[in-house]
Design a protein around this ligand. Structure first.
Ligand SMILES: Nc1nc(=O)c2c([nH]1)NC[C@@H]1CN(c3ccc(C(=O)N[C@@H](CCC(=O)O)C(=O)O)cc3)C=[N+]21
Length: 287
């Protein structure tokens, strides 16, 4: 038996063409959505991600504003860039690419973002709204994972989901999203302190592997037919992506994301969705 593909690349392309139409409609009304990015340092993966986000924007007709700072930028310089985008009317929403170089206070930077301009949904106010159940921009990777499951008609309600990893961009918000009334999954959140990871994963209908440990989920841990989502982006010596799923999971699972070509493109598509959703809401408010 071999699993079916949760095709993030294809679904992201569909979402982008849907977004392009919505952007065209906004532009016809004189509104051009804009996405800003702040990148600090020259980590090659981070540069690639940010470059890809600007290309995505160009493809669907969104304006993009890019601020790149050197690796030795001070806290004050990074915060000045945040203030600049907070004040820029052409910038609808923006992200600060994470992780920031060592020595910078990441929470202080995220906390300084205007919560109304937070494309990642990672500002404490927006994470708070997620806990309280009010609409706010959602973290892109967890939102992309839900969208990918929905578009392949993988059942979520009543299912047991195991999230591996408790990071702020994926694991922690993923558990919050899956347990909303609208998703209605039961969630086990695993992490490095989990005593018997294999036993937890074996019970899962849906596994979100976001530990950043190459191959941590192996075929013997997988319940037959389960849906597996690979968030891992470790690199081998040649710079090739190595995910959290071992290749043998395909033999037992029902659905698997390729990596690359799975969760990554969906993350980028949801970033664009957050911008377009917000622009439309703003246009409605303005009449
Ligand atoms: N503030 C912030 N927001 C983020 O959303 C954010 C971040 N910081 N820091 C880093 C992570 C990682 N991330 C990815 C985005 C796209 C791909 C992606 O598109 N990958 C492609 C190709 C990857 C390749 O081949 O190198 C794929 O999976 O097919 C991957 C990973 C966003 N992140």
């Amino acid at each position: 038996m071999t699993a079916q593909t949760l095709d993030g690349k294809a679904v992201a392309a569909t979402i982008k063409s849907e977004l392009r139409e919505r952007v065209d409609a906004l532009r016809a009304r004189g509104i051009t959505p804009g996405l800003g990015t702040i990148l600090v340092g020259d980590d090659p993966a981070s540069r690639w991600y940010v470059g890809a986000k600007h290309k995505d924007c160009a493809e669907i007709g969104i304006e993009s504003i890019r601020i790149d700072l050197p690796a030795d930028a001070s806290q004050a310089e990074v915060e000045a860039a945040v203030d600049q985008l907070n004040a820029d009317p052409a910038c609808t929403l923006y992200i600060v690419q994470l992780p920031l170089p060592k020595g910078l206070d990441e929470n202080a930077v995220i906390g300084r973002i205007d919560p109304a301009k937070d494309a990642d949904g990672l500002h404490p106010t927006n994470l708070g709204w997620l806990v309280l159940g009010k609409a706010a921009p959602l973290p892109c990777t967890p939102r992309g994972i839900l969208e990918l499951l929905r578009r392949h008609e993988v059942e979520i309600a009543g299912r047991h989901a195991v999230v591996v990893g408790r990071g702020i961009t994926v694991g922690r918000p993923m558990g919050l999203l899956l347990t909303r009334r609208s998703e209605n999954a039961t969630v086990t959140l695993c992490h490095t302190g989990t005593q018997d990871l294999a036993a937890e994963v074996r019970r899962a209908d849906i596994v979100i592997a976001a530990a950043g440990v190459p191959g941590i989920i192996t075929g013997d841990m997988v319940k037959p037919g389960a849906a597996l989502l690979d968030v891992g982006v470790s690199r081998d010596e040649d710079g090739k992506i190595v995910g959290d799923l071992a290749p043998d999971v395909w033999e037992t699972a029902g659905w698997v994301t390729p990596n690359p070509g799975g969760v990554g493109p969906m993350t980028r598509a949801m970033l664009l969705s957050n911008v377009v959703d917000f622009s439309e809401a703003q246009a409605e408010d303005a009449g």
